[in-house]
Design a protein around this ligand. Sequence first.
Ligand code: TNX
Length: 530
Amino acid sequence: MTTTLHIIPTVATDATVAETLDLASIVRVSASDERAVAVAEMFRRDAAAWAARDLEGAGVADEAAGDVRFELRGEGGSGPLSPSSREALGEHEIAITPSGIRVSSDHEEGLSRGAASVVQLLAGSETAIGARVIRDGAAWGWRALSLDVVRFFSPVERVLQVIDLLALYKFSVLHLHLSDNEGWRLEIPGWPRLTPATAGTREYFTIEEYRRIVEYAARRFITVVPEIDLPGHAAAALRAYPELNPADAANLGGPFPIANLSPDSEAAWRLVDDVVRTLVENTPGPFVHIGGDEAFGMDAAAHESFVEHAIAAVAAHSKSTVGWQETSRAAVGPDHTAQYWVDFDIDAPRDESAAGSKSGSDIPEDSMAAMVAHFAEAMGDRSRILEKGTHVVVSPISHAYLDRPHAEASTDPAQEEQRSRVGLQYYPGTPVRDYLEWDPTTVLAGVDPSRIRGVEAAIWCESVTAASDIDALLLPRLPAVAEVAWAGSRRSDWEGFRSRIAHHALLWDASGWEWFEVDSVDWRRSWVRG
Ligand code: TNX
C-alpha cells in the first residue's frame, strides 16, 4: 500500500485514513447528472490512452454505481472559464474510499482537473492506495504552454496530442505562435500569399482547422490564445508582400534578418487589422496575443504605434491583449497582459564556459548590433510593466523555455545524438531540476502578486527536425513547469518530484510519447497489476 501518491502537480490536501482502495477493483465510471457525463466520458478515453485501462461507462447513475464517479455540485458550465477567473483554478475534491473514487466540483472545469489526477493514479505502479480526501486547486488561472508551430510545423492531429498532454498536467492555456520569420501558419482572408500552396503536405492551418483545435481544447478546458507576431519577426510576410516594408524586404538573408512592418506602408496597417479580425472572429476565448517582441532596429515610436493599433483593434472586439514584454513600451494599461521573458542581463559578464558549443558567430554584424541594443532596452521593461500596472504572465528564459539543450545524459545511449542536436545551442545545458526550482512571484521583482496571471512555458522549434524532438524537449520538463504553475508555493522539492515523475514513464510509454530519459531519475518502466 502506498501513502505517497505520484500525482503531478502535487495535490493540495492529502488526509489519509487507515483503509485502502484496490485499484484493480475499479471498472465502472459514472456521473451525477447529464452535465458531468462529458467529463466522465473524457476520463474513460484518457484512462485507456494513458493507463491502458478499459473502464465501463455507467452513464448517469445513483450513488452506488460507478467505481469512479463525477459529481457536479454547483451550476456548472461547459467550456473553459477565462484563465483570469477564479473558477479557472479548477478547485475540486477527490474522495478515495475502499469502495471507489468520487470527484466533485462546482464546475466541469474542476471535475476535469480532478479526472487528470485519477488517470495518473490508475497508471502508476501501485496496486492499492490509502483512502483519503484530496482538496485541490491551482495557484494561478494561467497555466500555459506556448507552442511554436512556425519553425517546425505541427499539424492538427499533433496539436491535439499536445492538448491531451497539457490536460494531463492541468494546464489551462495553449498559446499558439502562428507566424514568424520562417513562415505563416494560419490563413488570413485577403492575404493568400502568406500561406502559399506547397507540393506535398500543407504547412498551415485553414480557419476551419484552427477552429477544430480551439474546440478540442475547449472540451479539455483549455483556452487557446492565438499569436500573430508583428511588427517584428515579419520576414515571411515581407517575402510574400514586399510592400509591407520594401527596404527590409530587399535584405532578408541570414538566420536573424531585420524584418519589421513599415509604418509608412498602408498595407502594413491593413494587415494588422485583417489579422486581428481573423483572430477575434475565430477565437471564443477572451485573449489574443499580439506578439510585439524583438522588432530589432525598428524606430521605437513606430513599434509603439503598431502595438497600440493592434491593442485598439482587439479591444474594439471586446477582447483583451497579451503581448511580449516589449509591448510595455507602448501606451498600455491594466487590461493588457505583458509576457515577461528576458530574465538575463545583456550587460552582465557571461560565463562562456557554461554556454553551448555555438556562440553568436553566425549572426551578421548589423543584426547583432540591433539585437544587443534591443536587449539593453529590454532591461527597462520591468519598471514600465510596474508603472503601467499591466497584468503579467511569467515565462523566464532560464526556467520556462523548454528549447534548451538537456544537461543530463539519457539512460538510453541512442538518445545521445538527439541530445547533442536538440535545444538552441546558445543556451547552456539545462537540467530538469531547473524547471522545478523557481518562484514565479520573484521573477519580476516588485510586482504586485495580484497582477500575476500565471506561468507560461515556451517551446521554440529552431532546433527541431522531427516531432520526436518536441517530445524530448517537453518530457520530462513540462510536468515540472506544471508543478510550479499549479502548486505554487506548495510545490514539491526535487527529491519528491523525482520520485513521483519516475512513475510517469508508464503513462508516456502507454501513449507513445518519445520522451527524453534523463539519467537524473530512476524511471519505472514496467509494473505488475494486482
Ligand atoms: C526569442 S521568446 C524569441 C523567439 C525565439 C526564442 C528562442 C521571444 C518572444 N522571441 O523568436 O524562438 O528566443 O529561444
